[in-house]
Design a protein around this ligand. Sequence first.
Ligand code: KE4
Length: 431
Amino acid sequence: MDHTQSAKLFERAKTFFPGGVNSPVRAFRSVGGDPFIVKYGQGPFLFDVDGNRYVDYINSWGPLVLGHAHPAVVEAISTQAARGTSFGACHELESELASVVRELFPSLELMRFVNSGTEAGMSVIRLARGFTNRSKLVKFEGCYHGHADVLLAKAGSGVLTLGLPECSGVPSQVVSDTLIAEYNNLESVERLFAECGDEIAAVIVEPVVGNCGFLVPQKEFLKGLREITEKAGALLIFDEVMTGFRVALGGAQAKYGIKPDLTMLGKVIGGGLPVGAFGGRRDIREMLAPLGPVYQAGTLSGNPLAMTAGLTTLAEWRKPGVFEGAQRTTQALVRGLLDAAAEAGAPLVADSVGTMFGFFFSETPVASYRDTTKTDKAAFNRFFHAMLESGVYFAPSAFEAGFVSAAHAGEAFEYTLSRLSRGFAAAVHHD
Ligand code: KE4
C-alpha cells in the first residue's frame, strides 16, 4: 500500500500534537509504525488520504454501531445544525434521548448528559462519594474508566493494595483511596472489603472488559459484586461506556441481569458526537446539583446536535433485526478468526459478546489482566500489520477490543475472511 500522503500529513501533525495525535492509542506506539491519515468513512470502510480502503473494526472505538456516515444520522445532524448546535439552555431533544436511554436502561431513574466517558467517570465517583460519605473506591486492574486522576491508579504492593499513581502528574494522595482488585476474582474484592468495607463508597467495573483486551465476566462474578456491595452499603457502578447498547441493547446490565446503583454511558449514546452520561437510583441522583450538594456541570452537556445524533443512531439500531444481524456478523467473525488461526497453527483465543469482540494470541484461556500480560503481543503486532496492509483495520494494540457495525455484513465481512490467512501466516512466521 502507498502511504506517501499519510506520512507527509503525519509529520505535519507531529508539529502540533504530542506524538501527532489527539489520543495516545492512535499513534500506533503499541504495534509500531505510523498511523494512516483518514480522509473519510463510509459504512464499514475507512479511506485514507492515499486512497487505501480499510474494513474498520474500530468504529471510532465503539460509537458507530451503524457504520460511518449513516444517511439518517447525517441528515439529522445537518437539519439540527441549521437550527443551532448548542444553546446552553434546556432543549426538548435532551428529554427525547433520555427517554430512549431509560427505556433501554431502566436502572437510570435519573441521569445527566456529559461530553465524554471520562467526564461520566469523574462525575459518578464524586456522586458515589457524596452519597455514601465514604472515600475509598475499588476498581479492577486493566479496567479503564477515562483519565480522571482518581481513576488513574495501579495496584500498590502489600496486602491492602492502596492505589499508586498509574502515570506522572497524579498526586499519590489523590489515588491512595483507590483500591485495586482483580477482574473475575471475587476473593480479591472480598479481601478489600474485609479490610475496609465500611470506608468503600463504590466498586466500579467494566462489566465486559474492553481496555486490556477483551475479557468476559465469569459466571457469578458480576452477581458476586452486587452481593458484596449491597452487604457493605457500597454502591455498584457499571461502566457501560463501551458495553452500552453494544453487548445488548440494554447493555451488560440487561444481558447479565444485574442492576447496578449507578451506570456510566458514552460512545454509542452520541452516535459519533461527544456525549457521555451517568445515571442511576433516584435517591442517589438527587444529591446532584442543583438538587443536592454534589456539584457537576458542563457547557455543552445535552447540546441538541449531539442529542440528535444519539437519538437517530439508537432509533436505527433498535429497528427489528438490526442489532441481531450485527451480533451474527460478530459471532461469524470470531469463528472465522479461530478457523483461520487453527489452519495457520497460530494459538488464538477469541470471543464476543453482542457486537463487541476480542482475541489474544495465547495457548490458554485469558480471564484476567494478569493472563493478558502473558499473551503473545509480538504475534498480534505481526498479524495487525499484515491485515492492515491487506485492507483490514483492527485495533492498533493487543490490549483493546473490536467493534462490528450493522454495515459490516456482506462485502466487508467476506473481504475480511478472505484476508485472515495472510494475517495469521505473518503472525506465525516471525523471522
Ligand atoms: P472517553 O473519555 O474516551 O470518551 O471515555 C473513556 C472511557 C470510559 N470507559 C470505558 C469503558 C472506555 O472504554 C473509555 C474509552 N475507551 C478508549 C478505548 N480503549 C477510547 C479510545 C481512546 O482513548 O482514544
